[in-house]
Design a protein around this ligand. Structure first.
Ligand SMILES: Cc1cc2nc3c(=O)[nH]c(=O)nc-3n(C[C@H](O)[C@H](O)[C@H](O)COP(=O)(O)OP(=O)(O)OC[C@H]3O[C@@H](n4cnc5c(N)ncnc54)[C@H](O)[C@@H]3O)c2cc1C
Length: 471
């Protein structure tokens, strides 16, 4: 495990990076030239398409997240006539920044996970996304009653935790979850709050529900080296940069894709448009929800992959106060009885010295539960933890911003993970093109870097290249 031993605290990356195996990615690109028909776009789309002449092929990209934008940009640069249909009123998808409180609250991705060789590092520079190195070992940790957890207890437990991660897989099996095997192997740790914290923030946050993550595949995937960086002026800076110059149609929700003929018909807001190629870059949760009707139905292999790969839930909460009452540390840690509940806080003051704000998280089933709670109930739950840490006299926050990713119709979850029943080939099945005209991008199609912003970017580049190679 790349993190083990060499990094003292890996709070924000929480990408239990997946280093044991180096997956051999299937060769997707097909070189043969395929027959493609002419274009028949809806009237509103014709004008834009008529301008370009080479290679005289049209592409509709469904979804203006980073994967769709990466594909659209590459294809446009190659001379394709590209239109991006996006259901929301903005680009970016899960790279979404809420600036209503004067600072950028990243509702989706916040971190660049490992800057070395990471395409997001380059994009951030090009787009003007400012970042700060995550000070992973700058933290204060508290147990119930506000009892401080010493650095040595914390780091000894963390070392033991990493050891466990190294070996758990040996006892794993295809039909057992991480949680099941962990409890079989370490029953004495079932009620240990610090262990539960690590399970929650290092496994559930990073990968998905502990009782659903595969005990065999929890460490799959690759990662970049180098420090973790957190965006300070908004991760959406990148998709906004990528979208400039592209023909992105906002508020266009796609409901049907008919790929039975030589031209693909795409139904959006009741209008039908056609194109030579279509790239579907909507999230796995949207595919699971059958929000888009495919004709003919997607092949069994792809449908199985959609069903088997998991979609996690991570919700984020930003709270502001007139004055800070917390430690002057980058991260604040709390070990509550209830798992996955507001157990880790980012001190936003470290990113924005003039702003008194904390960002906290809820994962998995507790994260889903928060989506049914009122703002007042959420604040009460968070304040219960903060008052236990800092005393009953601290005031309620002045403002709250929050996400509801699992019920968000544009995502239905946070990111993909290797659930029990997943096989790594399922990620490849999700990426498999159909009839050399219907293509699939998105973080969930990237077998090496699934669940990340960089994985999504790579998937868009990959699908664009497949189409280019068909010419
Ligand atoms: C809470 C959270 C924290 C995260 N933290 C990190 C992190 O720190 N670092 C990191 O690298 N990654 C992180 N990620 C993952 C990262 O954000 C995603 O992997 C990446 O943004 C996905 O990009 P995408 O293009 O695959 O999908 P999306 O960004 O979801 O784009 C898909 C687009 O399709 C649109 N769409 C959906 N349905 C339709 C439809 N029917 N018609 C038209 N358009 C449609 C959506 O509106 C969306 O714009 C996080 C994600 C979440 C949710």
């Amino acid at each position: 495990m790349a993190h083990a031993g060499n990094i003292p605290l890996k709070m924000p990356s929480l990408r239990v990076s997946h280093p044991f195996t180096s997956m051999k990615r299937r060769e997707f690109i097909k070189k043969s030239i395929r027959q493609v028909g002419g274009i028949m776009l809806a009237p509103s789309l014709i004008t834009a398409c008529a301008k370009d002449e080479l290679p005289n092929k049209t592409v509709i990209v469904i979804g203006a997240g980073i994967s769709g934008l990466a594909a659209a940009r590459k294809l446009k640069a190659r001379g394709f006539q590209v239109i991006v249909l996006e259901a929301q009123d903005r680009v970016g998808g899960r790279l979404r920044s809420n600036r209503s409180l004067g600072i950028a609250f990243d509702e989706g991705a916040s971190w660049i996970h490992g800057v070395n060789g990471n395409p997001i590092s380059t994009l951030a520079q090009q787009a003007g996304m400012n970042t700060l190195v995550s000070a992973d070992d700058d933290f204060a940790a508290y147990d119930l009653g506000g009892a401080p957890i010493s650095e040595s207890v914390f780091s000894d437990t963390e070392d033991a935790f990493y050891q466990m991660l190294e070996t758990l897989k040996q006892s794993g099996s295809a039909d057992k979850s991480f949680e099941t095997v962990f409890l079989e192997q370490y029953p004495q740790l079932a009620n240990d709050r610090l262990w539960r914290f690590f399970l929650s923030t290092y496994v559930t946050f990073d990968l998905g529900d502990l009782n659903k993550v595969s005990s065999l595949l929890y460490d799959e995937g690759e990662e970049y080296g180098g420090v973790e960086k957190i965006a300070t002026n908004g991760y959406d800076t990148i998709p906004q940069y990528l979208a400039s110059g592209l023909d992105v149609r906002l508020n266009e929700r796609v409901t049907a894709v008919d790929y039975s003929g030589s031209q693909i018909k795409v139904t959006h807001n009741g209008t039908e448009s056609t194109a030579d190629f279509v790239i579907v870059s909507v999230p796995l949760g949207v595919l699971k929800n059958n929000s888009i009707q495919f004709t003919p139905a997607l092949p069994a292999q792809k449908q199985t992959a959609i069903d088997k790969i998991g979609m996690s839930c991570v919700n984020k909460f930003l709270l502001t106060w007139d004055q800070a009452f917390w430690d002057d540390k980058f991260f604040l840690i709390y070990t509550p009885e209830i798992k996955d509940k507001f157990n880790y806080f980012v001190n936003v003051k470290k990113l924005h010295p003039n702003v008194n704000a904390l960002m906290t998280f809820a994962y998995a089933d507790y994260g889903r539960q928060t989506e049914t709670m009122s703002d007042a109930e959420v604040i009460a739950a968070i304040m219960g933890h903060l008052r236990d840490m800092y005393g009953s006299q601290i005031p309620d926050p002045t403002r709250l911003l929050r996400t509801k990713w699992s019920t968000n119709e544009n995502a239905y979850g946070a990111y993909s993970f290797t659930a029990v029943g997943t096989e790594m080939r399922h990620f490849e099945d999700l990426a498999e093109e159909l009839q050399d005209k219907l293509f699939f991008a998105g973080e969930h199609t990237e077998v090496d870097y699934f669940s990340t912003a960089h994985g999504a970017w790579l998937s868009g580049e990959r699908e664009a290249q497949k189409i280019i190679d068909l010419l």
